[in-house]
Design a protein around this ligand. Structure first.
Ligand code: ADP
Ligand code: MG
Length: 501
């Protein structure tokens, strides 16, 4: 285990930063936590509100089984303690955007206890840069609605679409020590949630947001007083908050001041945090068990189903790509960072193996390299995502098979790929229609080599005089004359032979 060293130099010595993240993740379900109202993003205000969400008198909450299931599956994915008995509590507060006047949450008995998330700080060297970050708990709670304020005329509106939407609050231990670690933790958590399917991880739509707790201390000393910066909605912003807040705290402390425990807000435009309110202690919320809800008890069959429904998770997949498929650590990390990329890659590998009648481990490396350089390069250029790829895994597998059997050289394959992107035609058809086959016809290549050598007598003399770097020139000229269709290995041999003769 390594720690990325992040130290702030002050006049009185070096400071270390301590970070804990509380992440709110919206659970992917069709209905809210305690009502049947819909949860789709972007709906017209107040079109997804049931009488329960509007807290009409006499309405009673009914827990949504799917929300509980997703929280349990998420807990299992981070190897956490699953609590078979949990309970909902009321957190009382003046919420202008939550008409109940309290939020239903879980303080005393959360559904998920301690777990862990492994982060890798340097994807090229995972063995030496892995760190385990502890997770304290995951509990399930309601989201609040949204207020909108108008200046002309002065009035405020409330949209209750989000009111009652199910959230998981995932609370880390104060185990992170640098902006990079905080960023890696959040990115990894998002990857896991997306693999599990319990949250879509779309931070720009607010379905995942982080409260960033930061304090500073002299290394080895007790933890300092922390501040909490609320609702930070991107990995980059979380890193910026840590950086800014740690430096601000060091400045305050070095000037003889004290850090007060408070809630702050991040202003991305100015790149700084601002004080919002001093932090309430838990007792100010007068938490108590919600009398409208029974405790949740999970039985063995439910837990077994949750476990069985989990997919292969990113860490396991990354290790399998390295060990069973022989990929580099970096490629394995890149391909597994996102569930959709891994799915595409696995289809490509399966179909390549079938097309070439080889084992998956024999074709995986070429498939990985092609996906990460050729396909990603093209998608970047076209401004498309992998799901929008104009070329399917099976078409790509056909292309790679033509390289493997020698029909296409690497450079011809790139040309064929470009035509595939433009026309959507199958690679075999393109090769056939346009005569793009690579030739190993020694007679034809020999004739071209002979002509190139004859036309460049001066360079031949220089080569024979010791300027061996010219070898590449003769190969290049031959390839050019053959319009890239000559088998490069055969060209090499024949140039060598020609120069020796
Ligand atoms: P609360 O319930 O008041 O929000 P918790 O003890 O549950 O407080 O901690 C909330 C978050 O703050 C956790 O993610 C935890 O890791 C983090 N945290 C606690 N103490 C510190 C500290 N001294 N510095 C930085 N983060 C901290
Ligand atoms: Mg908190």
């Amino acid at each position: 285990m390594t720690e990325s060293t992040y130290r702030i130099q002050g006049a009185t010595g070096e400071w270390e930063v301590v970070i804990g993240l509380e992440v709110h993740a919206q659970i992917t379900t069709n209905a809210k936590l305690f009502s049947g109202a819909a949860t789709a993003f972007g709906a017209e205000p107040n079109t997804q509100v049931s009488l329960v969400d509007a807290a009409m008198p006499g309405m009673l909450p009914v827990p949504n089984r799917e929300c509980i299931r997703q929280a349990v599956r998420t807990g299992m994915a981070i190897e956490a303690q699953i609590n078979r008995w949990s309970r909902f509590d009321r957190k009382n507060y003046f919420y202008a955007d939550l008409p109940q006047g309290y939020q239903i949450s879980q303080l005393y008995h959360p559904i998920v206890g301690e777990g862990q998330i492994e982060i890798v700080l340097d994807e090229k060297n995972p063995e030496t840069s892995t760190k385990v970050i502890g997770v304290e708990r995951i509990h399930v709670e309601q989201d609040a609605g949204k207020l909108m304020h108008d200046q002309h005329p002065t009035s405020s509106y409330v949209d209750l679409n989000r009111s009652g939407v199910a959230l998981m609050e995932i609370v880390s231990k104060p185990d992170m020590r640098s902006p990079a670690e905080a960023g890696a933790y959040l990115a990894k958590l998002r990857t896991i949630l997306r693999y599990v399917g319990s949250c879509d991880g779309n931070m720009d739509q607010g379905s995942m947001r982080a409260d960033v707790n930061v304090s500073v201390r002299k290394p080895g000393e007790e933890f300092g007083t922390r501040t909490e910066t609320k609702n930070v909605n991107s990995v980059r912003f979380v890193m910026a908050v840590v950086e800014h807040e740690a430096n601000r705290q060091v400045d305050v402390l070095e000037a003889g001041g004290k850090i007060v425990q408070e809630t702050r807000l991040y202003d991305p435009d100015r790149g700084e945090t601002r004080s919002m309110r001093s932090k309430e202690d838990a007792h100010d919320y007068r938490y108590f068990p919600d009398p409208d809800l029974l405790p949740i008890e999970l039985d063995e069959a439910f837990l077994a189903e949750c476990r069985a429904s989990l997919p292969e998770l990113p860490d396991a997949k990354r290790k399998r790509y390295e060990q069973a498929l022989g990929l580099s650590a970096y490629n394995a990390a890149t391909l597994t960072a996102d569930a959709d990329t891994a799915r595409w890659f696995e289809l490509l590998v399966t179909q390549s193996a079938a097309a070439q009648k080889k084992s998956e481990s024999d074709v995986a490396k070429a498939a990985a390299n092609w996906l990460l350089s050729d396909l990603y390069g093209a998608l970047n250029r076209l401004g498309k995502s992998l799901e929008e790829s104009p070329v399917s895994p099976s078409q790509a597998a056909e292309l790679l098979a033509l390289v493997a059997d020698g029909t296409l050289s690497g450079s011809l394959a790139k040309q064929v790929f470009e035509i595939m992107l433009e026309t959507g035609d199958a690679p075999a058809k393109i090769v056939e229609d346009r005569g793009m086959k690579q030739t190993s016809d020694t007679g034809a290549i020999e004739a071209v080599v002979a002509k190139i050598l004859a036309d460049n007598g001066d360079k031949v003399a220089q080569y024979k005089g010791g300027k061996e770097a010219l070898f590449g020139f003769f190969v290049g000229q031959t390839m050019k004359a053959m319009q890239g269709k000559a088998n490069p290995q055969v060209v090499n041999e024949l140039v060598k032979k020609g120069l020796a003769g």
